[in-house]
Design a protein around this ligand. Structure first.
Ligand code: TYC
Length: 108
């Protein structure tokens, strides 16, 4: 964190940056993990991955198959607010289409 102290010298308005020990911390990151189920159609999962995680058709198919075969797979890594928003959108879209698909958050 930097503090700015106004120069009391009347002749100029320069600001002096005083360095302190406080540093800005990088935000924590979270994986969005998609879970397999027996009811959500593969094409619908691919649509979600393309729409909400901006994957191309190849990547979306690869991740969908990973989830299908292994039970879970990572869709991406984001800050908490973005990860939560993506999960809400995926789950909301799934429910509106009558599918039980689930995603979870995992701290990196
Ligand atoms: N297992 C589903 C099927 O066979 C496909 C599927 C893949 C479902 C990934 C959910 O997150 C998922 N239709």
């Amino acid at each position: 964190m930097a503090e700015f102290i106004k120069n009391t010298d009347n002749r100029n308005e320069a600001l002096i940056e005083k360095k302190t020990k406080k540093k800005l911390k990088k935000p924590s990151l979270y994986k969005v993990v998609m879970l397999n189920d027996d009811y959500t159609p593969m094409d619908f999962v691919i649509y979600l991955l393309k729409t909400f995680f901006h994957m191309n058709a190849n990547k979306a198919s690869k991740i969908m198959l990973e989830v299908h075969n292994k039970g879970a797979g990572t869709c991406g890594i984001f800050t908490l607010e973005i990860a939560e928003t993506k999960i809400l959108k995926v789950i909301d879209t799934s429910r509106k289409n009558g599918f039980p698909l689930l995603c979870t958050l995992e701290k990196v």
